[in-house]
Design a protein around this ligand. Structure first.
Ligand code: ASP
Length: 366
C-alpha cells in the first residue's frame, strides 16, 4: 500500500461547528469523531485516519491535530498565526504535506501571514474550511476537506495555498469575496494554481519553484499596523490620529489605480510627516483587480508624500507583509524597498519592456 502522510491542523471555523444556544460554535472532539465514521474520510481497518485509495493508488493517511482553543476565525490574532507556523515547523519532517482547517472570515490573512513567516517552505500547505458545517447534511465541508487532503497528499506545491470550491489559490493572492455563497474566495490578480474538475489541473507555470533551503519560521512580532480604506471626505485629523505613535505601518486602500485626495495639502502633510517619522504607508487599490500605478496626479501626490506603491497586492497580503517586514531586523528604507518586491509571489513586479525607450510612468499613462 502506497501511503502519503498529511498533518491536518484544526484551528476552528464553521467546518467543525455544531449548532448551540448562541448559534454555530466549535465543539472539541466532534470533527475527529465524525471523520472516523465517514467512509469517504476513513477506511475501517486501516490506521486512523486513512482515505480510500486515490486514482493513483495512493492512500492519504492523516492525523487530525486539534488546537486547544478552537476559534471562530474572527477571533484569530497574531499569536495564533505564529502558533500555526510553529506547529507546521515542529512536524515538518514527519509529514509530506499540511492542511490547516480554519474559518473563512480571516483565512486570507492567516494564509498571507503564513506565507511570509514560513521561509524556505518546500512542502504543500493548504488552508481550507467551509461555509456550511460538516454537521449539516448538505454542506461544502466534504468537498473542501477532501480536495485539500488530496492536494496536500499528492502534489508538492511549495506554497501556502487556499483550497475552496474546487480551486486552489495562492494564499497571499486571495480574498473572501462572498459571505453567503459557496464560491467564497477569489484571486483577482492571479489565476488559480489548480482546479479540480474531472481531472486535477495544476498550473505548474504559476507554482513557485521548489525550495532548496530548509524551513525557518520568521515570526510576525510587530502589531503596530493599521489598514485604512479611503473614502471621500476623510479628514486629515482622522488620518493623523491613526498615524500617531506607536503605529509603525499602515496600508492605505486607495481608489482605482492608487489615487487619493491631491488637492488638500493638510492631508498630504500628515502623510509626509508620518513618512519622516519612519512610518511605512503602503498604497493598494480598493479594486478587486489591477495594479496601483503613477498614471494620475492624485496617485503621484501620495507617492511624493512618501507612500510606497504596493503593486497588485491584496489588502490582506499588504498588511501581513508590512507587519512581517517590520518584525525583521531591517532598517526602514529596506522595509520600503521590499514592499514593492515579490517575496512569496504576492505581487506582480512590472518591469519596463526592453523595447520601450521612454520611462514606465509615461508609457503607462498612454
Ligand atoms: N465565522 C466563521 C469563521 O471564520 C465563518 C467560517 O468559518 O466560514 O470562523
Amino acid at each position: 500500500m502506497h501511503t502519503r502522510r498529511v498533518a491536518v491542523l484544526y484551528t476552528g471555523g464553521t467546518i467543525g461547528m455544531m449548532h448551540g444556544p448562541r448559534g454555530y460554535e466549535p465543539r472539541a472532539g466532534f470533527l475527529a469523531q465524525r471523520l472516523q465514521s465517514m467512509p469517504t474520510f476513513h477506511v475501517p481497518g486501516l490506521p486512523a485516519l486513512t482515505l480510500p485509495a486515490s486514482r493513483l493508488g495512493v492512500h492519504v493517511q492523516y492525523d487530525l491535530i486539534e488546537f486547544e482553543t478552537l476559534r471562530d476565525s474572527a477571533n484569530m490574532r497574531r499569536e495564533d498565526w505564529v502558533a500555526i507556523a510553529g506547529e507546521i515547523a515542529s512536524r515538518y519532517e514527519d509529514y509530506d504535506g499540511f492542511v490547516v482547517l480554519h474559518g473563512t472570515d480571516t483565512m486570507a490573512y492567516t494564509a498571507s501571514a503564513l506565507s511570509f513567516m514560513l521561509e524556505g517552505l518546500g512542502k504543500t500547505v493548504v488552508l481550507t474550511g467551509s461555509q456550511i458545517p460538516l454537521s449539516r447534511v448538505r454542506n461544502d465541508a466534504v468537498e473542501n476537506l477532501l480536495g485539500a487532503l488530496m492536494i496536500a497528499g499528492h502534489y508538492t506545491i511549495p506554497e501556502v495555498a487556499v483550497f475552496f470550491n474546487g480551486r486552489l489559490f495562492r494564499g497571499n493572492r486571495c480574498t473572501k469575496t462572498d459571505a453567503s455563497g459557496l464560491d467564497a474566495f477569489a484571486s483577482g490578480n492571479l489565476p488559480p494554481l489548480a482546479e479540480l474538475g474531472v481531472r486535477v489541473d495544476v498550473r505548474w507555470d504559476l507554482v513557485l519553484p521548489p525550495n532548496a533551503e530548509s524551513l525557518t519560521v520568521r515570526p510576525i512580532t510587530n502589531e503596530h499596523v493599521a489598514a485604512v480604506r479611503l473614502f471621500p471626505g476623510i479628514t486629515a485629523d482622522t488620518l493623523a490620529s491613526l498615524l500617531s505613535p506607536p503605529l509603525a505601518g499602515m496600508v492605505l486602500e486607495t481608489y482605482g489605480a492608487g489615487n487619493g485626495p491631491s488637492d488638500r495639502p493638510e492631508f498630504l502633510e500628515v502623510l509626509r510627516e508620518a513618512h519622516q517619522r519612519g512610518v511605512v504607508v503602503v498604497n493598494v487599490t480598493q479594486c478587486h483587480r489591477g495594479h496601483v500605478s503613477l498614471s494620475y496626479a492624485s496617485g503621484l501626490a501620495l507617492t511624493e508624500a512618501g507612500v510606497v506603491a504596493g503593486a497588485d497586492m491584496t489588502a490582506e497580503a499588504a498588511l501581513t507583509k508590512l507587519q512581517w517586514l517590520l518584525s525583521q531586523d531591517l532598517d526602514i528604507d529596506e522595509v520600503r524597498q521590499r514592499i514593492g518586491r515579490s517575496l512569496r509571489g504576492e505581487l506582480t513586479e512590472v518591469e519596463a519592456s526592453p523595447r520601450l525607450t521612454w520611462k514606465v510612468a509615461e508609457a503607462s499613462a498612454g
